[in-house]
Design a protein around this ligand. Structure first.
Ligand code: DI6
Ligand code: FE
Length: 441
């Protein structure tokens, strides 16, 4: 790949040094939880009508009703939003976007009655992607991930988390994370956060002694990833086809000792107590949660861990158990929604479709789903002071939509209009950011 003519650093595409005032008919600031909290239409999603946002050096300095704009900003040049609705850029807080190969054949197998777990136990599933990922060069990994990123950029995603977990040995795990970091450097407007998920499956080399692989993760892979600055977080697939509670705890404790924040794939295929473990270790999130029970909900309430809902996996696996959304809501556990984009259980290339599925399949309210793909997603990634809401001090990563009502964003089953995104002092069609990603593919 040759150097791009307009290469920018992560997520800071063309920040302009001088101040500007953005005006919009309606902001959905995402500061407030939404419909469950109030019936007041105007207060939903922290809406502000006839609004202005003062922006300098890519940060929000003031936000409110345009009539109340302080004198200090009165002379700043204006950039009216092209559409009536402005939201923060979207955050996809759980993906496996970097991988080699395809699993379309397994889709066919599952349709003829073979289960996901049976395929995994027969050496397919995650391990088939491991073979393809190990065989891929870093450039191939970056190119295919760039092609996938284009779909997310087009619909307004500004931040994406990407996990390793298809290398399952030190060289390939680190190579996946390097590919993810490289992607973030290549693509203007896509902030990439990386998560080491070496504990995704037991690699074939260690099939008879999984403990040895857990040792290797704790003693070699995690420290090497941290040394090279490749990982922001660590994650474990705690499941009967992956790692048990004790092994998961060892990995997560080793990660925490190295200063990483923690995530966990918990209670996806069976009830295991994984969410309670995640909560006990102070994990930022427990993800999936189809089999989460009352004790897990209570533990997450106490720890403040976010519940990440991944409806694409439930849909693909035709899982009939649902995460206990009503209990999570009543307990006040924050809910995030993500694509889980991966080649096996969730080949889902749209975060807004994930938000739609969260509503239709899992029972979140539209406002909860929209907070889930913005503010809550940012919190999962430790970026709550940076992105995910339109507030003073946050980055001015703003989307303008040709829509009046934010519910349109998750009511449609695909087919949302492409937003514009504020880049420096211009509103750029997100299709252009996507086209840049496609050029790298
Ligand atoms: N749970 C999932 O749904 C994905 N990983 C995980 O831990 C599946 C990944 C795959 O099938 O490739
Ligand atoms: Fe996942």
């Amino acid at each position: 790949m040759s150097p791009s003519p307009h290469q920018h650093r992560n997520g800071s595409a063309g920040d302009s040094a001088e101040g500007r005032v953005i005006t919009a008919a309606r902001l959905a600031t995402m500061r407030d939880r939404g419909a469950a909290a109030t019936d007041d239409e105007a207060a939903r999603l922290g809406a502000i009508e006839a609004a202005a946002v003062a922006v300098r050096d890519g940060r929000i300095e003031w936000v409110g009703v345009a009539d109340g704009l302080p004198r200090a900003y009165a002379d700043w040049p204006r950039s009216p939003a092209p559409g009536p609705l402005v939201t923060p850029a979207l955050v996809d807080c759980h993906t496996h976007l970097v991988y080699g190969g395809s699993r379309a054949a397994e889709f066919e197998q599952r349709l003829s009655g073979v289960s996901y777990e049976q395929i995994a136990r027969a050496g397919g599933g995650i391990l088939s992607t491991v073979r393809a990922t190990r065989a891929a060069s870093r450039e191939e990994l970056v190119r295919s991930a760039a092609a996938r990123s284009a779909h997310l950029l087009r619909e307004g995603v500004g931040t994406v988390e990407i996990k390793s977990g298809y290398g399952l040995r030190i060289d390939s795990e680190l190579e996946m994370l390097r590919a993810a970091r490289e992607l973030g450097e290549l693509l203007p407007g896509l902030r990439v956060r990386t998560t080491l998920l070496a504990a995704h499956a037991v690699p074939p080399e260690h099939r008879d002694r999984p403990e040895r692989y857990v040792d290797e993760i704790c003693e070699e892979i995690l420290p090497a990833a941290v040394d090279e600055g490749l990982a922001d977080q660590a994650d474990v697939f705690c499941e009967n086809i992956a790692f048990d509670l004790e092994q998961s705890e060892r990995v997560l404790r080793a990660a925490a000792d190295l200063g990483l924040s923690l995530r966990m794939h918990a209670e996806q295929l069976s009830a295991s107590g994984a969410a309670e473990l995640a909560a006990r270790l102070g994990a930022r999130s427990a993800d999936h949660l189809e089999y989460l029970g009352p004790a897990g909900v209570e533990a997450m309430r106490r720890s403040g861990s976010v519940a990440v809902l991944l409806p694409g996996a439930l849909y693909t696996l035709r899982e009939t158990r649902r995460p206990p959304v009503e209990s999570l809501r009543r307990a006040g556990v924050e809910i995030a929604v993500a694509t889980d984009w991966n080649p096996g259980s969730s080949p889902l290339g749209s975060l807004l479709l994930a938000a739609n599925m969260a509503c239709t399949l899992l029972g979140t309210l539209p406002d909860e789903a929209l907070v889930g793909v913005t503010r809550a997603g940012a919190r999962v990634l430790g970026l709550e002071d940076e992105v995910g809401t339109i507030e003073v001090g946050r980055r001015a990563e703003l989307l303008s939509w040709p829509l009046e009502d934010p519910v349109e964003l998750c009511y449609r089953i695909g087919g949302q209009p492409t937003p514009h995104r504020l880049v420096g002092d211009r509103w750029i069609d997100c299709g252009e950011l996507a086209a840049e990603a496609v050029r790298w593919s």
